[in-house]
Design a protein around this ligand. Structure first.
Ligand code: HEC
Length: 227
């Protein structure tokens, strides 16, 4: 499972200036506009090598066989079996309508109808894949460095309520429905036995506690009703 931090991966636009690729017989995409258009992808994809999220890292996708990004364990059978190679023609068809190109894909993305925007995105994907444009790997914050207000030292459960105490000695009470548990086993995840709380939601009534592994969760929570 991964953490839904808002992630921003701006590319050095200066590095893209001057790069232009003929991506189709009709239109040459503009990688700078493509970088802007790629904002719709970064909720699910990183362009940094090796950083897999909801979707696989798109670093080096140009020319790669579909379904083969290193370390990505959630490909659909449909994509793995597709036999596609990500060249200009197939990437264009994919971005136009993923489910039409690969029925059964789990990329829940409606597609981009505008041919110009697709050409721009292709130019950007090619630029990133060529390695000529470096994409800073600004991933989610490293939870091992969470500050005292986020480091969970104990959790109690009573009735319908969790009480979460943090390293700055504050205790927060949550209705059980408003507290989520997640795991992050990546290098950015919390250390074993040192979960981290992330407050979510506008009202401050919801939060997520992130553990490093699922088997830590129930052992960490004490069933205790005294306050
Ligand atoms: C809602 C999440 C989501 C969004 C938004 C999204 N993708 Fe994806 N993408 C995925 C998932 C999940 C897969 C794996 C699909 C599968 O296995 O069937 C994928 C797969 C891909 C692949 C195939 C990679 C490979 O290794 O074979 C490409 C290329 C791709 N996405 C490009 C894009 C681009 C470009 C955008 C933005 C225009 C985008 N995606 C937006 C989730 C998303």
């Amino acid at each position: 499972m991964s953490i839904p931090f808002p992630i921003c991966r701006p590319v050095t636009l200066a590095a893209l200036a001057g790069l232009s690729f003929g991506v189709s017989a009709h239109a040459a995409g503009d990688p700078i506009r493509g970088a802007q258009a790629a904002r719709t992808c970064i909720a699910c994809h990183s362009f940094a090598p090796g950083r897999n999220m909801t979707g696989p890292s798109l670093a080096g996708v140009w020319g790669r066989k579909a379904g083969t990004a290193d370390g990505f364990a959630r490909y659909s059978e449909a994509l793995k079996q597709s036999g596609l190679v990500w060249d200009e023609q197939h990437l264009d068809a994919w971005l136009k309508n993923p489910a039409a190109l690969v029925p059964g894909t789990t990329m829940t993305f409606p597609g981009i109808a505008d041919a110009r925007t697709r050409a721009d995105l292709l130019a950007y994907l090619k630029a990133v894949s060529s390695g000529r444009v470096s994409v800073p790997d600004r991933g989610p914050p490293n939870l091992k460095q969470a500050d005292a207000s986020s480091r969970v030292t104990s959790m109690r459960y009573c009735g319908d309520t969790y009480r979460v105490t943090t390293a700055d000695r504050k205790t927060y009470a949550f209705w059980e429905f408003n507290l989520r548990f997640k795991t992050d086993g990546s290098a950015d995840g919390p250390a074993a036995g040192k979960p981290v709380i992330v407050h979510t939601g506008m009202q401050g009534d919801r939060a997520t506690v992130i553990f490093s592994r699922p088997d830590e969760i129930s052992g960490f929570i004490r069933r205790e009703c005294t306050r």
